[in-house]
Design a protein around this ligand. Structure first.
Ligand code: ATP
Ligand code: MG
Length: 418
């Protein structure tokens, strides 16, 4: 993409009312736009990054047999009354609205009810199980606190997977498989060594659920990490009883953390009231045993942003960066340099490398400040200096490390993992 066509402007200052670091940086770098507290728009750079995160999650869900679908946001009261989750005294996060023709609708804050009800048409026999169905779907939650930028918004995309199994044993195998997929997702997003599977208060069936918590100073949660077991316990369940039960020793480190993902055993909590059952091999009618598994892609993106940012701006790991290369030409209007940069842009793009090409007529200083702020992993500079060298000047955003590389070297390096 040519930067001259990218309409978004960078800003030196974030909006005064924005307190969270992820939103301050993402707004300044032109990734997102703030509509109001807890509501953001994704601009072209932000959308590219979000889509990278989504694609990582999608690949890992597909790899464990997940089947993608998409359910509506609009929810009818009757369904949610059956599970006792329509009443605002029970669930305080609803956004509700009125139909012109009379009656109420809700904007879904999660999707256990509609998916369980829908599955009654598809799951009838033991032969139909297990099923792993997932979606990337917009949730609405009337969150009380919305001060953490993209980490807690009132409208957000969620990857929610629901598992439907014959019994608890089959469910446990599925739960572990999803848990392993989550580990791979957070590794690919660059957060592997900061993210802990964490015991948290129970799902509807089991004593514990698990959260995936990324250590981060701005995190809302407090966790206790057992390094030797590579696992953590959320403060909300960190009692002597639980410690003894989990047998994780006595060495715990307290940290602030962000819940980037969440996995739950639901058991029959939804299948029973909504009547999702199957016929087993002996002809018995048995409720389907369920689990649910969420990740917020934008919260994950915000966590990556906060984790790696430095004094100059964002620093994206390769797999979630909006582009792989930021090509900056410093031609100062000189045709030969411009031509060289245009050619490199074409060559890299033809080789399948995603390039943001700063072809704007601006001073070097301004281009570099923007480039640092936007945080693309590799900057390639085409200038009088690189022309004299006969090679391209490449600077790593994360380390500042500089090297001169030829076109074949560059293409070899940048396409190695495509
Ligand atoms: P939290 O404890 O942070 O309020 P939750 O336990 O209600 O989240 P779930 O309902 O399990 O979250 O949602 C699954 C995932 O969706 C969370 O792990 C998180 O990554 C993401 N998520 C939840 N709420 C929000 C929100 N308001 N804004 C952005 N992402 C969210
Ligand atoms: Mg939670």
């Amino acid at each position: 993409m040519r930067q001259s066509q990218l309409f978004t402007k960078t800003r030196r200052e974030a909006p005064k009312d924005e307190v969270s670091r992820n939103a301050q940086l993402l707004i300044r770098a032109g990734y997102i736009h703030k509509e109001m507290a807890g509501v953001y728009d994704f601009l072209p750079l932000g959308l590219r990054t979000l889509n990278k995160v989504i694609q990582i999650i999608r690949e890992e869900m597909n790899a464990i047999g997940g089947i993608e679908l998409n359910l509506s946001t609009l929810q009818s009261p009757e369904l949610w009354q059956k599970t006792d989750r329509w009443d605002e005294k029970k669930v305080d996060s609803w956004f509700k609205t009125r139909l012109q023709s009379g009656g109420e609708l809700g904007l879904g804050f999660t999707h256990e009810e509609p998916l369980t009800a829908l599955m009654r048409e598809h799951i009838t026999s033991w032969r139909d199980l297990p099923v792993y169905a997932y979606q990337f779907q917009t949730k609405f939650r009337n969150e009380v606190r919305a001060k953490s930028g993209l980490m807690r918004t009132r409208e957000f995309l969620m990857k929610d997977l629901y598992s439907f199994c014959k019994n608890e044993a089959e469910h446990i195998a599925c739960y572990d498989r999803v848990s392993d997929a989550y580990v791979r997702i957070f590794e690919r997003a660059g957060l592997g060594n900061k993210t802990y599977k964490t015991f948290a208060s129970g799902g509807s069936f089991s004593q514990f659920s698990h959260e995936f918590q990324t250590v981060c100073k701005s995190g809302e949660d407090t966790i206790y990490i057992s390094k030797e077991n590579n696992i953590a316990i959320n403060k909300e369940v960190f009692t002597e009883d639980v410690k003894k039960k989990l047998n994780l020793g006595e060495n715990f480190i307290e940290e602030k953390a962000i819940e980037v993902g969440n996995i739950f055993t639901l058991g029959n909590r939804f299948s029973e009231p909504l009547g999702l059952a199957y016929t087993d091999e002996q002809g018995n009618n048995v409720p389907v045993f369920m689990g649910s598994y969420g990740i917020g892609p934008a919260r994950l993106m915000a966590t990556v942003a906060e984790t790696f940012a430095d004094g100059k701006g964002l620093v994206w790991p390769e797999d979630v960066a909006p582009f792989r290369v930021h090509l900056v030409e410093l031609s100062g209007g000189e045709a030969e340099i411009k031509k060289e940069a245009d050619e490199l842009y074409r060559n890299l793009t033809d080789a399948g490398v995603e390039v943001l090409y700063d072809d704007r007529d601006l001073r070097a200083g301004e281009k570099f400040v923007d480039s640092d702020l936007i945080g693309i992993p590799m900057r390639i500079i085409v200038s009088q200096k690189s022309l004299a060298e006969g090679n391209f000047e490449c600077i790593e955003r994360a380390t500042g490390h500089t090297a001169y590389k030829s076109l074949p070297e560059l293409i070899g390096q940048l396409t190695a993992r495509l």
